[in-house]
Design a protein around this ligand. Structure first.
Ligand SMILES: *Cc1c(COP(=O)(O)O)cnc(C)c1O
Length: 463
């Protein structure tokens, strides 16, 4: 399997190459040259497999000859062995047609663990082979940072510098990053916003003073391996509820468009999917793009669902490329226009291609709180603010009554206790596996919000 850039001019790479590269050198994102296909019978034969086995089966065509089937099974067994639930991503029934897919049973309580636990092992495997090392630089609004740090803490060949905006992540989120004491983990709190931190990270990737000395890697969802690992749970949920004979809809709380793009990949591979609902909060660029073709940035409004408070959804470019004719030169031109204007129109092909499978819905803070209360009062379920936005969209969608909808439960409610308590009156308790989080000592460096301060810190401390 070869991977090509959405902007057409970076070299094609194999799976190991895209895993270590993150972003393509032409600024685009790597996608498989073609989608592997599973037949109806092949999908039916996956029923009843343990999650780690299913994961290896679904991912093998993407990994192709970079890992043997046996080795891939060993890695998935190790990655998913760390989850607190034997089913890894269990389903919970809400009513006769609504289900939750619980993706928060990993070590840091959000769905990011499903992909990052595996990505840490893949980094180690591929770096070992070439006797290399990788310096990861990332920015986080909370969940990616903790999941990435947990996945790579203590690895010999990987070092991680994680930037978070000082005072703007929840206490649970910050402590999940700053209480991890390993020599290869460097936490940095910057004076500034998440967008400031992200802009600094992008600059690091193109700063020759840094890249001449260190190979820089990515852990956010521009990294293809993350999306690949997320395809698996669309298969897992569908098989549990009757695939390939029965089609489901999925409602996905969306920020960077990574999680829902994995659903698109599952459908491209032959999994019957009725619909993918892109659920946004008031930061609704994706809702405007999918409903009216208008992809234009505004300013970010902070909400109780901070992982969805974003302006630009990086992975949307993968969808536009895939449904818009897979023309790298045209995509590069369209994105140049977007980067200059901070706005663009979808082409007719892109709009029609996307609307074949996707719909979208926007939820404000009241919609979110109402969905939390509905789940609490009618189904005895406490859901987190992100999941509540997905649930609102699932319940408001105009799907035929015989279609069941699975809402992706992207975080454990105890990650956002204040918002949950405000809406439901119940303060969710942290699971015992992270119970002493508030007793552990924190370590992080505070830096001013200038690029030079961050770059110099990385150069001084990277080994
Ligand atoms: C990251 C995150 C999202 C958004 O996922 P994308 O893949 O960026 O669309 C939604 N909910 C939670 C809890 C998250 O951590």
């Amino acid at each position: 399997m070869k991977y090509v850039s959405t902007r057409g001019s970076a070299p094609a790479l194999d799976f190991a190459g895209v895993t270590l590269a993150g972003l393509a050198s032409d600024g685009g994102l790597y996608v498989p040259e073609e989608w592997p296909q599973f037949s109806h019978d092949e999908i039916a034969a996956m029923r009843g497999l343990p999650y780690a086995e299913l994961a290896a089966r679904v991912m093998q065509p993407f990994v192709s000859d970079c890992l043997s089937p046996d080795r891939l099974r060993e890695l998935t067994a190790k990655a998913y062995g760390r989850f607190a639930h034997a089913a890894v991503t269990p389903l919970t029934q809400l009513d006769e047609r609504q289900w939750l897919l619980e993706l928060f049973h990993g070590p840091t309580l959000a769905f990011k663990d499903v992909a990052l636990q595996l990505l840490g092992l893949l980094f180690e495997e591929f770096l070992e082979r070439e006797n290399g090392s990788l310096t990861i630089v990332g920015a986080t609004s909370g969940d990616t940072g903790s999941a990435a740090i947990d996945a790579v803490a203590g690895l010999d060949r990987v070092e991680i510098f994680m930037l978070h905006p000082k005072g703007r992540v929840s206490d649970v989120q910050r402590r999940q990053m700053t209480t991890v004491r390993a020599p290869n983990v460097h936490n940095i709190a910057i004076d500034g916003s998440f967008d400031d931190a992200q802009a600094m990270v992008k600059r690091i990737f193109t700063d020759r003073d840094v890249t001449a000395k260190h190979r820089i890697g990515a852990v956010n969802s521009i990294n293809w391996a993350r999306l690949m690992a997320q395809v698996v749970y669309y298969f897992a949920a569908s098989l549990q509820l009757g695939a390939p004979e029965r089609k489901l809809a999925f409602s996905v709380p969306t920020g960077n468009f990574g999680d829902v793009f994995a659903g698109h990949v599952a459908a491209r591979m032959g999994l019957p999917v009725e619909r993918l609902i892109v659920a946004t909060n008031v930061n609704d660029i994706l809702h405007r793009a999918l409903s009216a073709g208008d992809y234009s940035t505004g300013s970010v409004t902070p909400t109780a669902a901070p992982s969805m408070d974003i302006q630009v959804s990086s992975n949307f470019e993968r969808l536009l490329y895939d449904v818009g004719g897979r023309d790298g030169a045209a995509m590069a031109e369209q994105m140049r226009g977007f980067e200059a204007e901070r706005a663009m129109r979808l082409t007719n092909a892109q709009q029609e291609g996307a609307s074949a499978l996707f719909t979208s819905m926007r939820a404000d803070e009241n919609d979110m709180a109402r969905a939390m209360r509905w789940a609490c009062e009618n189904c005895a379920e406490i859901v987190d603010p992100h999941t509540a936005i997905g649930l609102h969209a699932a319940r408001e969608s105009d799907l035929p009554p015989d279609v069941s909808t699975v809402t992706l439960a992207t975080a454990h409610p105890a990650k956002f206790p204040d918002a949950v308590e405000r809406a439901t009156g119940t303060r969710p308790a942290l699971p015992t596996r992270v119970g002493d989080l508030f007793a552990r000592e924190e370590a992080y460096t505070e830096l001013p919000g200038t690029y030079e301060a961050v770059r110099d810190h990385i150069l001084d401390h990277a080994s």
